[in-house]
Design a protein around this ligand. Sequence first.
Ligand code: COA
Length: 422
Amino acid sequence: MADNGYNNELGVNESDSLSETVVVIREYDRKTDRERVEQVENSCEVGPNGELSLYTDLLGDPICRVRNSPAYLMLVAETVKNAGDGDEKREIVGMIRGCIKTVTCGSKFSRSKTGDPAKPLPVYTKLAYILGLRVSPFHRRMGIGLKLVRRMEQWFGDNGAEYSYIATDDANEPSVSLFTGKCGYSKFRNPSVLVHPVFAHRLPVSNRVTVIKLSPVDGETIYRHRFSTIEFFPRDIDAVLNNHLNLGSFLAVPKGYIWGGSDKFISDPPENWAIMSVWNCKDVFKLEVKGASKLRKGFAKTTRILDRVFPFLRLPSLPKIFSPFGLHMLYGLGGSGPLYTRYAKALFGFAHNLAKECKCGVVATEVSSEDPLRLAIPHWKILSFTDLWCIKRLGEDYSDGSVGDWRKSQPGLSVFVDPREF
Ligand SMILES: CC(C)(COP(=O)(O)OP(=O)(O)OC[C@H]1O[C@@H](n2cnc3c(N)ncnc32)[C@H](O)[C@@H]1OP(=O)(O)O)[C@@H](O)C(=O)NCCC(=O)NCCS
């Protein structure tokens, strides 16, 4: 990095040792780093570059997006400059978060005499996830992002992770070329993030459907039975469902169906049903769309006022996205039966109305590119986007196991998106 004045190897530049700046990567310290980390965070837009930009406010807790994961780490990049009089000038200029958990990467059939040979069983892997990589706009293209990623991957490897993945926007060229060009990641999946505004009026929920709130134990039983072979299903689903941010798991069944507990439901389900859980991201971070013209803001405000005054007209109003707003994430969406997407739609209406009561700006969900729900779940195209997940195998000495190399597998119909790191 000789051409930018930075020495990333913590060495000494003999020609000008007084103005030498080195970059140190170290663990985030809540007591000393919070304020500066927030400043860097606020200076980085997270959406694609354009007229409008999306910013996040982590509500005073920069580690919030990983702290609910079983193992997590946040690192900061700090420049240390010799000020010449024996003093050092330190400045945080970047950060990265990472977490590790066990998830499903494929399925196999039981060979044991006691197991059901027709029922596939999940194959698990230890998966690491990189998120919240940010480098201050004044310190980019100096190798700091790369250095943060490498140090995080070292921690992943030390903790036995077999794969690492990241989610980014296909249009985010710096991020895509950093991970695929420099860090050895390959493009893996393209799930769709479906976003719907929360209107001032309630959405109708079909009166042919009953929505039941499940206990965490019943939710876990149904999820493990029906979803555990879906890619990215977290083995500690019980920890997800029992987390205080989980607002509940909901089951849509035909009107008249009598709920007799999850075991009875699994052995004798109705012909059509759907399940969905709701995660309260609103208490973790806020989003804000910046860069809108006064005209656009004024138009949005007018739609909201009209919708509030005349809710019976069911006007599709724009929420307050030009000031900080919260969201609910809908996850674990799935079901069975020829009409199951209708039941999922009923659950969506129910979730919208819950988000309205909680004063959220939008509800969002993320589904596989192959999932029929992608077309069935109401969303606004202008707010929705396609995610790009890139994956890397952290060690070549791992056994391929019964699913082989996960990177080479085809996408399934569904994907389980863990709300803890949304
Ligand atoms: C993405 C980001 C973290 C990169 O940080 P950085 O410190 O500038 O990256 P580095 O200097 O380590 O770059 C390493 C490599 O990444 C690629 N890269 C980085 N920025 C790039 C750009 N603007 N255009 C094209 N490639 C780029 C290059 O291959 C580069 O190597 P090179 O400089 O030898 O060509 C930074 O641009 C950023 O904070 N962006 C906003 C937040 C964001 O989008 N985060 C990623 C979400 S996953």
